[in-house]
Design a protein around this ligand. Structure first.
Ligand code: PEP
Ligand code: MN
Length: 260
Protein backbone atom coordinates (compact mmCIF):
# COMPACT_ATOMS: atom_id res chain seq x y z
CA UNK A 1 0.00 0.00 0.00
CA UNK A 2 1.16 3.50 -0.82
CA UNK A 3 0.45 6.61 1.23
CA UNK A 4 0.39 10.08 -0.29
CA UNK A 5 0.00 13.07 2.03
CA UNK A 6 -1.60 10.74 4.56
CA UNK A 7 -4.04 9.23 2.06
CA UNK A 8 -3.64 5.51 1.35
CA UNK A 9 -3.81 4.07 -2.16
CA UNK A 10 -4.35 0.36 -2.61
CA UNK A 11 -6.20 -0.37 0.63
CA UNK A 12 -9.81 -0.56 1.76
CA UNK A 13 -10.28 3.16 1.51
CA UNK A 14 -10.54 4.46 -2.06
CA UNK A 15 -9.39 8.01 -2.87
CA UNK A 16 -10.53 10.22 -5.70
CA UNK A 17 -8.46 12.70 -7.68
CA UNK A 18 -10.65 15.27 -9.41
CA UNK A 19 -10.41 18.61 -11.10
CA UNK A 20 -10.30 20.25 -14.50
CA UNK A 21 -8.45 18.93 -17.49
CA UNK A 22 -6.49 22.20 -17.58
CA UNK A 23 -5.90 24.93 -15.08
CA UNK A 24 -7.39 27.92 -16.91
CA UNK A 25 -7.51 30.71 -14.32
CA UNK A 26 -7.49 31.22 -10.58
CA UNK A 27 -11.24 31.74 -10.44
CA UNK A 28 -11.87 28.55 -12.44
CA UNK A 29 -9.61 26.38 -10.27
CA UNK A 30 -10.95 27.94 -7.10
CA UNK A 31 -14.59 27.33 -8.02
CA UNK A 32 -13.90 23.70 -8.87
CA UNK A 33 -11.69 23.04 -5.83
CA UNK A 34 -14.27 24.63 -3.51
CA UNK A 35 -16.98 22.29 -4.83
CA UNK A 36 -14.73 19.24 -4.51
CA UNK A 37 -13.54 20.21 -1.05
CA UNK A 38 -17.15 20.46 0.03
CA UNK A 39 -17.50 16.80 -1.00
CA UNK A 40 -14.34 15.78 0.94
CA UNK A 41 -12.39 14.86 -2.17
CA UNK A 42 -8.75 14.44 -1.12
CA UNK A 43 -6.81 15.31 -4.31
CA UNK A 44 -7.06 18.13 -6.84
CA UNK A 45 -5.89 17.68 -10.42
CA UNK A 46 -5.28 20.16 -13.22
CA UNK A 47 -3.07 20.23 -16.29
CA UNK A 48 -0.46 22.98 -16.59
CA UNK A 49 1.44 21.54 -19.53
CA UNK A 50 -0.99 20.09 -22.03
CA UNK A 51 0.12 17.71 -24.75
CA UNK A 52 -2.55 18.35 -27.35
CA UNK A 53 -3.00 16.44 -30.58
CA UNK A 54 -3.63 19.72 -32.41
CA UNK A 55 -0.84 22.33 -32.10
CA UNK A 56 -3.43 25.11 -32.32
CA UNK A 57 -5.27 23.87 -29.21
CA UNK A 58 -4.73 25.40 -25.76
CA UNK A 59 -1.32 24.24 -24.55
CA UNK A 60 -1.83 24.99 -20.85
CA UNK A 61 -0.73 27.92 -18.68
CA UNK A 62 2.67 26.38 -18.04
CA UNK A 63 4.71 28.24 -15.42
CA UNK A 64 2.12 31.02 -15.32
CA UNK A 65 -0.22 28.55 -13.65
CA UNK A 66 2.15 27.35 -10.92
CA UNK A 67 1.22 30.02 -8.40
CA UNK A 68 -2.50 29.46 -9.05
CA UNK A 69 -2.19 25.72 -8.47
CA UNK A 70 -0.13 26.19 -5.33
CA UNK A 71 -2.43 28.82 -3.88
CA UNK A 72 -5.65 26.90 -4.47
CA UNK A 73 -4.31 23.52 -3.42
CA UNK A 74 -3.02 25.06 -0.19
CA UNK A 75 -6.22 27.02 0.40
CA UNK A 76 -8.32 23.86 0.34
CA UNK A 77 -5.61 21.58 1.68
CA UNK A 78 -5.94 19.37 -1.39
CA UNK A 79 -2.63 17.94 -2.64
CA UNK A 80 -2.22 18.70 -6.34
CA UNK A 81 -1.64 16.34 -9.25
CA UNK A 82 -0.41 17.56 -12.60
CA UNK A 83 1.15 16.15 -15.72
CA UNK A 84 4.87 16.51 -16.23
CA UNK A 85 5.86 16.48 -19.87
CA UNK A 86 9.59 17.19 -19.75
CA UNK A 87 12.54 16.45 -17.49
CA UNK A 88 13.25 20.21 -17.25
CA UNK A 89 9.97 20.75 -15.36
CA UNK A 90 10.77 18.36 -12.51
CA UNK A 91 12.58 20.72 -10.17
CA UNK A 92 10.10 23.58 -10.38
CA UNK A 93 7.02 21.37 -10.25
CA UNK A 94 8.27 19.76 -7.05
CA UNK A 95 6.90 22.68 -5.09
CA UNK A 96 3.53 22.58 -6.80
CA UNK A 97 2.65 18.91 -7.19
CA UNK A 98 2.33 16.10 -4.67
CA UNK A 99 1.90 13.56 -7.45
CA UNK A 100 3.54 13.74 -10.87
CA UNK A 101 1.32 12.48 -13.65
CA UNK A 102 2.91 10.89 -16.71
CA UNK A 103 0.46 11.13 -19.58
CA UNK A 104 -0.47 8.56 -22.17
CA UNK A 105 1.80 10.19 -24.78
CA UNK A 106 4.82 9.97 -22.49
CA UNK A 107 4.50 6.45 -21.14
CA UNK A 108 7.28 5.43 -23.51
CA UNK A 109 9.51 8.39 -22.58
CA UNK A 110 12.06 6.29 -20.72
CA UNK A 111 14.39 9.20 -19.99
CA UNK A 112 11.53 10.98 -18.20
CA UNK A 113 10.60 7.79 -16.32
CA UNK A 114 14.19 7.21 -15.21
CA UNK A 115 14.47 10.78 -13.99
CA UNK A 116 11.19 10.47 -12.06
CA UNK A 117 12.62 7.35 -10.48
CA UNK A 118 15.35 9.35 -8.82
CA UNK A 119 13.06 11.04 -6.29
CA UNK A 120 10.45 9.56 -3.96
CA UNK A 121 7.68 11.81 -5.34
CA UNK A 122 4.69 9.58 -6.25
CA UNK A 123 4.11 9.05 -9.96
CA UNK A 124 0.71 8.40 -11.52
CA UNK A 125 1.68 6.55 -14.67
CA UNK A 126 -0.96 6.54 -17.40
CA UNK A 127 -1.13 3.72 -19.86
CA UNK A 128 -0.21 4.68 -23.42
CA UNK A 129 -3.31 4.32 -25.61
CA UNK A 130 -1.54 1.61 -27.58
CA UNK A 131 0.36 -0.12 -24.78
CA UNK A 132 0.19 -3.82 -24.01
CA UNK A 133 0.11 -4.78 -20.35
CA UNK A 134 3.75 -5.78 -20.45
CA UNK A 135 4.80 -2.48 -22.03
CA UNK A 136 2.83 -0.65 -19.34
CA UNK A 137 4.41 -2.66 -16.53
CA UNK A 138 7.86 -2.21 -18.04
CA UNK A 139 7.31 1.54 -18.00
CA UNK A 140 6.45 1.31 -14.28
CA UNK A 141 9.55 -0.80 -13.77
CA UNK A 142 11.73 1.98 -15.24
CA UNK A 143 10.61 4.25 -12.39
CA UNK A 144 10.87 1.56 -9.73
CA UNK A 145 14.28 0.32 -10.90
CA UNK A 146 15.61 3.87 -10.67
CA UNK A 147 14.67 3.92 -6.98
CA UNK A 148 11.11 5.20 -6.72
CA UNK A 149 8.58 2.59 -5.65
CA UNK A 150 5.75 5.10 -5.29
CA UNK A 151 4.05 4.28 -8.56
CA UNK A 152 0.31 4.25 -9.23
CA UNK A 153 -0.88 2.81 -12.52
CA UNK A 154 -3.73 4.51 -14.37
CA UNK A 155 -5.95 2.85 -16.97
CA UNK A 156 -7.25 5.66 -19.21
CA UNK A 157 -8.59 3.79 -22.20
CA UNK A 158 -6.99 2.44 -25.33
CA UNK A 159 -7.47 2.98 -29.05
CA UNK A 160 -9.70 0.37 -30.66
CA UNK A 161 -11.87 0.14 -33.78
CA UNK A 162 -14.73 1.82 -31.90
CA UNK A 163 -15.31 5.31 -33.29
CA UNK A 164 -18.23 6.46 -31.14
CA UNK A 165 -16.15 6.93 -28.00
CA UNK A 166 -12.81 8.69 -27.66
CA UNK A 167 -11.13 5.56 -26.29
CA UNK A 168 -12.23 2.15 -25.06
CA UNK A 169 -11.87 1.76 -21.31
CA UNK A 170 -10.15 -1.58 -20.75
CA UNK A 171 -11.88 -2.99 -17.69
CA UNK A 172 -9.73 -6.15 -17.85
CA UNK A 173 -6.69 -4.02 -17.11
CA UNK A 174 -7.91 -3.27 -13.59
CA UNK A 175 -7.93 -6.77 -12.09
CA UNK A 176 -5.18 -8.07 -14.38
CA UNK A 177 -2.63 -5.38 -13.55
CA UNK A 178 -3.50 -5.46 -9.85
CA UNK A 179 -2.95 -9.19 -9.69
CA UNK A 180 0.16 -9.11 -11.82
CA UNK A 181 1.98 -6.14 -10.30
CA UNK A 182 0.60 -5.53 -6.83
CA UNK A 183 0.71 -1.80 -7.65
CA UNK A 184 -2.35 0.35 -6.98
CA UNK A 185 -4.36 1.12 -10.11
CA UNK A 186 -6.57 4.13 -10.65
CA UNK A 187 -9.28 4.37 -13.31
CA UNK A 188 -9.73 7.40 -15.54
CA UNK A 189 -13.16 7.02 -17.17
CA UNK A 190 -13.04 10.64 -18.38
CA UNK A 191 -10.39 9.96 -21.01
CA UNK A 192 -11.45 6.31 -21.14
CA UNK A 193 -14.78 7.28 -22.67
CA UNK A 194 -14.47 10.93 -23.72
CA UNK A 195 -18.17 11.51 -23.10
CA UNK A 196 -19.72 13.07 -20.01
CA UNK A 197 -22.71 10.72 -20.00
CA UNK A 198 -20.47 7.63 -19.92
CA UNK A 199 -18.13 8.73 -17.15
CA UNK A 200 -20.35 7.69 -14.23
CA UNK A 201 -21.30 4.20 -15.44
CA UNK A 202 -17.73 3.35 -16.41
CA UNK A 203 -16.35 4.76 -13.15
CA UNK A 204 -18.73 2.52 -11.20
CA UNK A 205 -17.75 -0.51 -13.30
CA UNK A 206 -14.08 0.19 -12.63
CA UNK A 207 -14.69 0.36 -8.88
CA UNK A 208 -16.66 -2.87 -9.01
CA UNK A 209 -13.68 -4.42 -10.83
CA UNK A 210 -11.39 -3.37 -7.99
CA UNK A 211 -9.93 0.00 -9.00
CA UNK A 212 -7.98 1.58 -6.14
CA UNK A 213 -9.05 5.09 -7.04
CA UNK A 214 -10.61 7.32 -9.67
CA UNK A 215 -9.28 10.22 -11.72
CA UNK A 216 -12.20 12.34 -12.86
CA UNK A 217 -12.33 15.56 -14.86
CA UNK A 218 -14.68 18.10 -13.29
CA UNK A 219 -15.37 21.59 -14.62
CA UNK A 220 -17.62 24.34 -13.30
CA UNK A 221 -18.62 25.31 -16.86
CA UNK A 222 -17.87 22.41 -19.21
CA UNK A 223 -19.17 24.22 -22.30
CA UNK A 224 -16.51 26.90 -21.78
CA UNK A 225 -13.64 24.53 -20.91
CA UNK A 226 -10.42 25.15 -22.86
CA UNK A 227 -9.81 21.39 -23.08
CA UNK A 228 -11.88 18.22 -22.77
CA UNK A 229 -15.19 19.94 -21.94
CA UNK A 230 -17.10 17.16 -23.73
CA UNK A 231 -16.03 14.67 -21.07
CA UNK A 232 -16.14 16.92 -18.00
CA UNK A 233 -18.65 16.46 -15.21
CA UNK A 234 -20.22 19.44 -13.47
CA UNK A 235 -19.93 19.37 -9.67
CA UNK A 236 -23.58 18.23 -9.55
CA UNK A 237 -22.93 15.33 -11.94
CA UNK A 238 -19.79 14.47 -9.98
CA UNK A 239 -21.75 14.37 -6.71
CA UNK A 240 -24.10 11.83 -8.25
CA UNK A 241 -21.11 9.71 -9.23
CA UNK A 242 -19.53 9.68 -5.79
CA UNK A 243 -22.82 8.96 -4.05
CA UNK A 244 -23.18 5.85 -6.19
CA UNK A 245 -19.50 5.01 -5.84
CA UNK A 246 -19.95 4.93 -2.11
CA UNK A 247 -22.68 2.28 -2.44
CA UNK A 248 -20.65 0.13 -4.86
CA UNK A 249 -17.62 0.26 -2.58
CA UNK A 250 -19.66 -0.64 0.48
CA UNK A 251 -21.04 -3.65 -1.34
CA UNK A 252 -17.49 -4.88 -1.90
CA UNK A 253 -16.32 -4.24 1.65
CA UNK A 254 -14.48 -1.03 0.84
CA UNK A 255 -15.19 2.66 1.40
CA UNK A 256 -14.78 6.02 -0.27
CA UNK A 257 -11.91 7.95 1.29
CA UNK A 258 -13.16 10.81 3.42
CA UNK A 259 -16.64 9.32 3.71
CA UNK A 260 -16.04 6.47 6.15
C1 PEP B 1 -5.18 14.34 -18.70
O1 PEP B 1 -5.27 13.67 -17.67
O2 PEP B 1 -5.68 15.48 -18.80
C2 PEP B 1 -4.55 13.76 -19.89
C3 PEP B 1 -4.03 14.52 -20.84
O3 PEP B 1 -4.59 12.44 -19.91
P1 PEP B 1 -4.00 11.38 -20.96
O4 PEP B 1 -2.51 11.57 -20.92
O5 PEP B 1 -4.46 10.08 -20.41
O6 PEP B 1 -4.60 11.70 -22.30
MN1 MN C 1 -8.03 15.90 -20.19
Amino acid sequence: MLEICGVPFGGQSVPIIAGPCSVESESQLEAIAAALHEMDIPFLRGGLYKLRTNPDSFQGLGEDGFSIAKKISEKFNMPFTTEITDIRQIEKLHEVASIFQVGTRNMYNYDLLKELGKSPKPVLLKRAFSATYSEFLNAAEYIIAAGNENVILCERGIRTFVRETRNTFDINAIPFLKQKSGLPIVADPSHGTGLTSLVEPVALAALAAGADGLLIEVHNEPSKALSDGQQALTPVQFKSLIDKAELILKASGRELHGRA
